[in-house]
Ligand binder design. Structure first.
Ligand code: PLP
Length: 480
């Protein structure tokens, strides 16, 4: 027996121009609503008095229609509690649509029909597989008590009826301080716009800085979503080569409107852009007038190497920095930031307001509390140690084969092109899911190998996964 639901408000239309009697029309409309599923079994109908008032008919019209439907078995009465759709009044199975639904044609025209279907991390976990794909942090060490405290306090705050598109002033000030301490850049709240993460930040930068047809350089291989987001804002994507140090600045064309780069830890090859190349990139931007978009996604994590200055600090007039808590805390929070000159922050805020885009206030308030109380600092300290352990484990099993492992949460394992597919398949057969560079390439991959993430799997899983990979690689026939 379905649980009785609150009373439904069916949309009923009666024709008063002299057609069928109103009782007959009302019964037919209710029958159609029940058959079509908009009135579900167990749902309570309005009282005859209420419905009569709503429809502007006499109460008798409604009681007579209800009586008719009782008699036909569509409705049932429960003593003292009203009129309900009978359990058996289920909707007739839907007829297959005779023509292609309009959205399909529109979706095909949009050109986004080849979107990759990847199993989610939860699905892989349910299937008992070990997930060594890059992109996820270890979220199971987030301090539950601190998390609850922040959300409870955020829930107590008053709500804003006109949220500032730049974000909460308090959070912007806390993020400025965070950036000063962790990234060595001297900024104030006026330099910060709180986003929902890197993707959102890049989308807003694209909306504000790209005219249709502008050329946007993206590292090749590089972050596929950066290509997608910029292209969706009308940019023509220009793949820009990288080597083991990062973006090859000498190879940048002069006619780019902007260039997207990951200097702290190139995604996916893992290079850290050396200072002379950073200086060269800034000189290139000054000479060409291009904007540099610096994706600083995992810069808080580095191992046995000194920090490198953020590009933004080298020339705030040429660089827009995108940050995120997706790696340092959890992607589930949906908090990131854009760092830019105050005038650009104001411009981005206007663009954002016009796009009706915003970062939810309660999420910002909870984040501010995590920063204010030092919970994020504590988490970062714990996670730096955790990822150092994980990286050590990767090195223990795969050491000499790895490259780009001095920062972030992933490393590269270069392979000859013909070895990639068999190794990925063998790993999958042994329950270990790995990514290759295919997803990070604009066209055919120019760099070949595995991109190994060590954030998603547990430490024991990571050990098993690395041992399986080492075993697979050791058994592969030597190159001819
Ligand atoms: C290169 C790069 N940038 C940024 C992000 C994080 O994006 P977001 O903040 O939108 O979650 C990722 C996540 O995998 C990434 O790989």
């Amino acid at each position: 027996m379905p649980v009785p639901r609150q009373h439904a408000e069916p949309a009923l239309h009666l024709d008063r121009s002299g057609g069928a009697p109103l009782t007959v029309q009302l019964a037919a409309a209710l029958r159609a609503a029940m058959a079509g599923g908009s009135l579900a079994p167990g749902e309570r109908l309005p009282s005859s008095r209420t419905l009569a008032t709503q429809l502007g008919v006499s109460r008798t019209v409604v009681t007579d229609a209800y009586q008719q439907l009782y008699a036909e078995g569509w409705l049932e009465g429960r003593h003292g509690s009203g009129t309900f759709v009978a359990p058996g009044a289920a909707p007739a199975p839907a007829e297959p649509a005779p023509i292609e639904p309009a959205w399909r044609t529109a979706a095909a025209r949009s050109g986004r029909t080849d979107l990759e279907e990847r199993p989610t991390r939860g699905e892989l976990r349910e299937r008992g597989l070990i997930d060594l794909r890059p992109g996820a942090p270890w979220v199971r060490s987030v301090d539950r008590a601190a998390w609850r405290r922040a959300w409870r306090a955020a829930a107590d705050l008053p709500q804003d009826d006109d949220p500032d598109p730049r974000g909460l002033p308090g959070l912007r000030a806390l993020l400025a301080e965070h950036l000063r301490r962790y990234r060595g850049i001297a900024v104030g709240p006026e330099n910060i716009l709180v986003t929902r993460g890197t993707g959102n930040g890049l989308d807003l930068a694209g909306a504000a800085l790209i005219a249709p047809g502008d050329q946007a350089g993206v590292e090749e291989p590089g972050y596929g979503k950066a290509r997608t987001v910029l292209a969706a804002r009308g940019a023509r994507i220009v793949p820009c080569p990288v080597d083991h140090d990062g973006l090859v600045v000498d190879a940048l064309p002069d006619d780019l409107g902007l260039v997207y780069t990951t200097p702290a830890h190139q995604y996916p090859l893992g290079g850290r852009l050396p200072v002379p190349r950073r200086e060269l990139l800034i000189s290139w931007a000054r000479a060409t007038g291009a904007v540099v978009i610096e994706d600083d996604y995992d810069a808080e994590f580095r191992y046995d190497v000194a920090p490198l200055p953020a590009l933004y600090g080298m020339d705030p007039g040429r660089v827009v920095l995108l940050g995120t808590l997706s790696k340092t805390l959890t992607p589930d929070l949906g908090i990131g930031w854009i760092v830019a000159e105050p005038d650009l922050v104001e411009h981005l805020a206007r663009v954002r307001r016009n796009l009706t885009d915003r970062t939810p206030g309660p999420v910002q308030a909870a984040t501010a509390l995590l920063l204010e109380r030092g919970d994020l600092d504590r988490h970062l300290r714990r996670m730096r140690a955790e990822y150092a352990r994980r990286r050590a484990l990767l090195i223990e099993y795969l050491g000499p084969r790895l490259t780009g492992d001095t920062a972030g949460l992933h490393a590269m394992l270069p392979l000859p092109a013909r070895e990639v597919a068999p190794v990925v398949a063998e790993a999958a057969a042994r329950g270990v899911v790995v990514d290759d560079t295919g997803r990070t390439s604009h066209g055919e991959p120019t760099v070949h190998g595995l991109v190994l993430g060590y954030g998603s799997a547990s430490l024991p899983e990571l050990r098993r996964g690395c041992a399986a990979l080492a075993d697979i690689l050791d058994r592969r026939p030597p190159p001819a």
